[in-house]
Design a protein around this ligand. Structure first.
Ligand code: IMP
Ligand code: MG
Length: 339
């Protein structure tokens, strides 16, 4: 069995944390590994009525049997990591790659001034400047920090060993396809590629180790920071539709637009996605709230899903109907080929 890679299909904040939390509980992975940029991404996980916000640890943290890893391509903010490990009581199952880049105070300072703040509108978490220093080969990495020594190891080696033994591995992407340094609207992008190929490279698994790529879309599109957003709604319109959200990391209000089939199609291609996870269906069809059975959805909601499948050519297998991990329709059984 190969790994499952999960990536965002729009501009981040598609609800990856919600889908991962379900998969973590349902599929019981041996390991979950986070790729992507670093603590500029905020994931929200809701389980048993408790809301958990994460910026460093994999969202699969809610399954206490799953090992939690951070790939070599990921930047670590040691303060954010320490806080999450303590809050989640996860010290015994965290493994960070010895080559993870380190965010220092000077990186955060540089990220909060100049064009990064005024033009790009970054999260100010220091990730861009830290990646720049890494490219210049002047950054520190995890193995240089004595405080991290108890967590440091060989993530790529461990992951490939687990896959060799047929263990289930969940690879968690962060950000979203159109925030990619290469495939987004430069310069309104993050500091790395964040498509599925890049996420695999971050954690150290080759393309032939991947069985499934799940691209996550929200039922509407949001974006924080600057850059183009087709069909952007006026803030009062977004508010009226209940689509106005506040960003986890920065507290900024997210800009909103209706679902965009053309963007979704491009994201499907760029990530070679095999399945779609669709979140917040209940934000568009309130009567869907909490449903777990596809046949119980209203005909309009099923029609919306069918139009996505027809346009993208891949199945919508996971459908979020509320914030909690349990509020989800799982149609993956449809994919199982008869013996
Ligand atoms: P940076 O990644 O902090 O350098 O910010 C660059 C752009 O990406 C800004 O528009 C940020 O708002 C956006 N961005 C980075 N990470 C995320 C994320 O996880 N969710 C949403 N937007 C993000
Ligand atoms: Mg987020």
């Amino acid at each position: 069995m190969g790994a499952t890679v999960l990536v965002g299909g729009f501009f981040g904040d598609e609800g990856k944390g919600k889908i991962i939390s379900y998969l973590a509980l349902k599929d019981n992975p041996v390991a979950a590994v986070r790729g992507g940029v670093g603590p500029n991404a905020g994931h929200t996980v809701v389980v048993s009525g408790q809301e958990i916000k994460l910026r460093m640890l994999p969202s699969a943290v809610i399954n206490h049997r799953t090992r939690l890893m951070l790939g070599a391509g990921v930047l670590i903010d040691p303060l954010v990591l320490a806080d999450e490990v303590r809050r989640m009581d996860a010290a015994d199952r965290v493994l960070i790659d010895r080559m993870c880049g380190i965010i220092e105070e000077a990186h955060r300072d540089r990220d909060r001034t100049g064009h990064l703040k005024s033009v790009v509108g970054t999260t100010g978490t220091g990730t861009g400047p830290a990646n720049a220093d890494r490219v210049l080969r002047s950054a520190r990495v995890a193995k240089d920090l004595p405080d991290l020594s108890r967590y440091v190891g060989d993530v790529a080696g461990e992951l490939n060993r687990i896959l060799e033994d047929d263990g289930t591995v969940l690879v968690e992407g962060t950000q979203g396809t159109f925030l990619s340094l290469y495939h987004g609207a430069y310069p309104y992008v993050t500091s790395k590629d964040v498509t599925a190929s890049a996420i695999c490279s971050d954690v150290g698994i080759g393309p032939k180790r991947v069985d499934d790529v799940i691209v996550v879309f929200k039922a509407y599109v949001t974006r924080v920071g600057e850059g183009p957003l087709e069909g952007e709604l006026r803030p009062d319109d977004a508010m009226q539709r209940g689509w106005q959200e506040v960003a986890v990391v920065t507290g900024r209000t997210r800009r909103a637009a209706p679902f965009n089939l053309a963007l979704a199609r491009r994201a499907t291609i760029l990530n070679s996605a095999t399945q779609v996870a669709l979140t917040k269906l209940d934000a568009i069809y309130p009567e869907c709230k909490g449903k777990t059975i596809f046949e119980e959805l209203a005909p309009e909601a099923r029609g919306f899903i069918k139009s996505i499948e027809d346009h993208l050519g891949i199945p919508v297998t996971l459908i979020g109907t509320g914030p909690s991990a349990e509020e989800l329709i799982d149609r993956r059984a449809l994919l199982v080929q008869p013996e």
